[in-house]
Design a protein around this ligand. Structure first.
Ligand code: CTP
Ligand code: CA
Length: 226
């Protein structure tokens, strides 16, 4: 990690960070997941802690180990992640939803290993809970940050998601661009609020993205616009 000291902008704040890609079971040995590495969420959790926050990290499947010294809850599915976040939600100040949550899950996961039979098979999927959307509805004083990974029309989709999920900030990245996205150590993001673009960041390490993002969030949580 990074040895530089960071201003304690989040001292006394309770922060929930979600990270990684959820795992949606097909049967006991098979599942559906996605390309999320967990690195962006882990960087946010680390920096929030450096800034003095009480950090709770809820993570699903990741490529790397979670940072040491942070309260961590490991989960699998979107449903598990929702329950874990709700258990921490009430007195939280800031929630950062960096996890890549599956949009659909198998309708009826098999209790024992499925056997092969015909030449084709169909897997029925049903929608998962949209955690961020539910939090957006339940929000009282929490500051909510959503993420969006897009391949096209980044700004349009980012604004639409920010509104639909009642987020305070939405961090969008174009995953088709070199140096951005899922498994990379760097990211190129645009931060939006309900009025539009707040900050367009150059290519930065995920740690630096986390620092800048949490600096913007902490200023806004104190009612200072930046
Ligand atoms: N999210 C969530 N629960 C879901 C799906 C998404 O909490 N079931 C959150 C993600 O953690 C992220 C934000 O919503 O912070 C945007 O996720 P994204 O997949 O980009 O948006 P969707 O609304 O699922 O739209 P789509 O996948 O169709 O682009
Ligand atoms: Ca999605």
């Amino acid at each position: 990690a990074n040895q530089q000291t960071v201003p304690r902008l989040l001292a006394g704040k309770k922060v929930i960070v979600t990270a990684g890609g959820t795992i949606e079971r097909i049967d006991p040995v098979r599942y559906i997941t996605n390309d999320s590495s967990g690195k962006m969420g882990f960087a946010i959790a680390e920096v929030a802690k450096e800034m003095g926050a009480e950090v709770h990290l809820v993570h699903a499947h990741t490529d790397v180990a979670p940072p040491a010294g942070i309260n961590t809850i490991a989960v699998q599915s979107a449903d598990d992640m929702y329950k874990a976040v709700l258990s921490l939600w009430e007195d939280s100040d800031l929630v950062v939803k960096a996890a890549a949550v599956a949009d659909y899950r198998p309708a009826s996961p098999a209790a024992s290993k499925m056997k092969k039979s015909g030449e084709t098979m169909k897997l029925e999927l049903v929608k998962t809970v949209d955690i961020l959307e539910q939090l957006g509805k339940a929000k009282t004083s929490q500051f909510l940050i959503g993420f969006a990974a897009e391949t096209n029309d980044v700004e349009r989709y980012a604004k639409e998601k920010l509104q639909r999920k009642n987020c305070d900030l939405l961090v969008a990245n174009d995953v088709t661009v070199e140096g951005a996205g899922f498994r990379s150590d760097t990211n190129i993001v645009q931060v939006f609020d309900k009025h539009g673009l707040v900050e367009q960041m150059p290519v930065l390490t995920k740690h630096e993205v986390a620092k800048r993002l949490l600096t913007i969030a902490s200023a806004r949580m104190q009612g200072v616009l930046s």
